[in-house]
Design a protein around this ligand. Sequence first.
Ligand code: AMP
Ligand code: GLY
Length: 418
Amino acid sequence: MNILVLGGGGREHAIAWALAKSPRTDSLYVAPGNGGTDGIAQNVPDLNPEDGQAVLAFVRENAIDFVVIGPEAPLVAGVADVLRAAGVPTFGPDAQGAQLEGSKTFSKKFMDANDIPTARYASFTDLEPALAYVRELGAPIVVKADGLAAGKGVVVADELEDAEDAVRSCFDGAFGDSGKTVLIEECLTGPECSMLAFVSDGKAHCMATAQDHKRAFDGDRGPNTGGMGAYSPVPIVTPDELAAMHDIMERAAVATAREFDNDYRGVLYGGFMLTPEGPKIIEFNARFGDPETQVVLPRLESDLADIMLAVAEGRPDDIDLRWSEQWAVCVVLASEGYPGSYEKGKVILGIDEAEQIEGVTVFHAGTAKNFDDELVTAGGRVLNVVALGDSFDDAREKAYEACDLINFEGKQYRSDIG
Ligand code: AMP
Ligand code: GLY
């Protein structure tokens, strides 16, 4: 099978890495790809993953049998719709289903209509009523831009003033069109846990639990980022909580089939908070999590190409998920300044040495080759250092040992993942 993966982050490197292991895979392309996918697949740097017609033309020219869409932007842009309409098996929901991630208001309405537990909320398109609502509810309170903001459009405000500032900054255009509608939410408390599920024709196959570290700095301080590290499984989840999470994902999957004409074929990502009243959904995403994927897929023992094709072809009963007993820890190495501005083009050394450690795999995110064919930094999140171990401590120690062996100017990472 010739497979095209759309995207170029650590998640797509992990997906391509798992697909490359499948005996089903003949040729593997990643568009645009990064410095890491370069070694295991053919990168297609000039193909815009959000341009459905361009992707379809590439599929036809290169006899691609199957397309896997990694990030949210091409999903929201309707690339899956274009491909499916042309008869190309595609992993990833259509544009309507992707609104579960693309619009927080849409997602909340979906949750309310299907009895999915979540934080109480109201959404606003004008400043004054939004401010009045914030003052009425009081802090702590959560302010969210409605649309996509690369994980950065949410402010959990402990002080009323911060909440008011967040509302103003959203309406002032801090997130462009994504902030034209603002959601104000009740602040939930409890640990967070992600559960990803393969969803096809109304059935959910839940993956192993994972926990992401969204804040930039140690001790969960600093701004929210795209994710600074992750681990899997999440030991604090009780059997009752796990059962409740499965139930919520299964009910959500049934609802996707009803509301999106069975075109929800991909991953549904449930971002949960384990509140004192039980697990509640903080957000749905319409794709694999990043960096959760980097700790979940290395623990998957079954063939990812088989699974993804079954999802895309609407054969959910053919999906067989088997997980290794090992623990996985991922530490993100970022550029100095991330999630704010940062420099690019710093030479990266030591990845081969790091991968000599048993169980360590380095997935690339923002990397590229320069004119001298050296690997250099090309983004905010640069590398995902993943270690598998027989215990949580074992995996974590190996991951940090590997992080020490990798160097680039301005290397920044959290020392408390897990
Ligand atoms: P989201 O992009 O909606 O997942 O929000 C990003 C992060 O903000 C979440 O992972 C939580 O840490 C936090 N957050 C979002 N909504 C709430 C809420 N209602 N209560 C408390 N924290 C929240
Ligand atoms: N790790 C958070 C996300 O993928 O949205």
